[in-house]
Design a protein around this ligand. Structure first.
Ligand code: PLP
Length: 369
């Protein structure tokens, strides 16, 4: 393989060797449709169910609350449209402007259908909880707040938000794609959550919803599956791969966090003295996402130059396309220059110190040092 220093782990991760092994074993020995009646189907069912059971225990949720989907995009769509179908008279949704496109786009569809989509503002980079308190209405369908914003790593205070939602008897959804398996989360803090396998060293093409309240109408109907909420033949190998990835990420959470924090600190220490660099650090942020601005170099330009030096970063979240200004960076800094020159460096426990040193040297070249 060609030499590369990968710093785009928040866009996607490679599958781990362990995940690869269990998936291959599953495809080879336990590939039968787990809803069929023959012996291989039963053995496949035992194999797959064992992994699902361990996943449920690790997440501390009930079996019926876990619904497999094709990824967080589908989970977000399922929750929004599924809830809208259940409660057609509730047409107000409170959310934030920092949601991922897989929320913003379906919210736009609902808005075109006449839904009132209201964005809870941020004040000095923090979500305005007083605004939330006074904005929940009789017809509020949902409050939806991303757990960890994907460009800057800003953490939203879900516990406090859930307490407000509970007071008003309104459900809370959180897109936890950048949180689960990366930081500690308490799933009691949400009514519905979305997350994805390929962000935590599992396969692409599978994710899940956690549905603590069983009131969502299915979007995909058809043949028997694992849940009434999502029809289709269960993808055995994707499920066990996802489960293994999740189990590994939860089991090794602390040690992974320590490595990631050391790499983040090293990057900051080595670059903070340069006038051309500004770190866009949220008040409450994760270590696996580091956002910085390089003065006089547009976002895409910096990413392209760094790529030429073998360092793969991103201008924003991969799904957001080419936005010239980062909403998330502007939210934190209130500074247009920082927002138009920011890049995201996303880190992993797999990131080596030498890779950070290479990145520092590459950034120095970009700023002509
Ligand atoms: C916060 C967030 N939500 C949703 C998604 C979409 O996930 P998936 O690729 O599994 O559909 C992503 C991926 O970039 C993400 O970062």
């Amino acid at each position: 393989m060609f030499m590369m220093n990968y710093f785009d782990y928040s866009a996607t991760t490679p599958i781990s060797d362990r995940v690869n092994e269990v998936m291959q074993r599953c495809e080879r020995d336990f590939f039968a449709n787990i809803n069929a009646k023959h012996e291989l189907a039963q053995q496949s069912n035992i194999f797959v169910s064992g992994y699902i059971h361990r996943m449920i225990q690790a997440l501390n949720i009930t079996e019926s609350s876990l619904v497999f989907t094709s990824g967080a995009t589908e989970s977000n769509n399922m929750i929004l449209f599924g809830l809208a179908n259940t409660y057609p008279h509730k047409r107000h949704i409170l959310t934030t402007s920092l949601e991922h496109h897989s929320m913003i786009s379906p919210l736009g569809v609902l808005q075109k259908q006449g839904y009132d989509i209201e964005f809870i503002p941020h004040i000095n980079g923090e979500l305005d909880l007083d605004y939330l308190k006074t904005s929940i209405r009789e017809d509020t369908l949902l409050v939806s707040v991303i757990a960890v914003e994907s460009e800057t790593g800003m953490i939203h205070p879900l516990k406090k938000i859930k307490a407000i939602c509970d007071e008003h008897n309104v459900p809370l959804h959180s897109d936890m794609t950048q949180a689960i398996g990366k930081i500690e989360v308490d799933l009691q803090d949400i009514t519905y959550a979305s997350f994805s396998s390929h962000k935590i060293y599992g396969p692409k093409g599978i994710g899940a919803c956690i549905i603590q309240k069983q009131d969502i109408k299915p979007l995909i109907v058809g043949g028997r599956s694992l849940s009434k909420l999502r029809a289709g033949t269960p993808p055995n190998a994707l499920i066990v791969g996802f489960a293994q990835a999740l189990l590994d990420s939860l089991e090794h959470l602390k040690e992974r966090q320590i490595i990631v924090s050391q790499r983040h600190q090293s990057l900051v220490e080595q670059l903070k003295h340069f006038d051309q660099i500004h770190f866009n650090q949220p008040k409450q942020g994760v270590n696996h996402i580091c956002n910085l601005s390089i003065s006089n170099s547009k976002r895409d330009q910096s990413v392209e130059k760094l790529s030429l030096y073998g360092c793969y970063t991103s201008a924003s979240s991969a799904c957001s396309g080419q936005e010239e200004l980062s909403k998330a960076v502007f939210c934190i800094t209130q500074n247009q220059d920082y927002a138009s020159t920011s890049i995201r460096i996303s880190l992993s426990h797999k990131t080596k110190q030498e890779e950070i040193d290479d990145l520092v040297n590459a950034i120095k070249k970009v700023i002509n040092l």
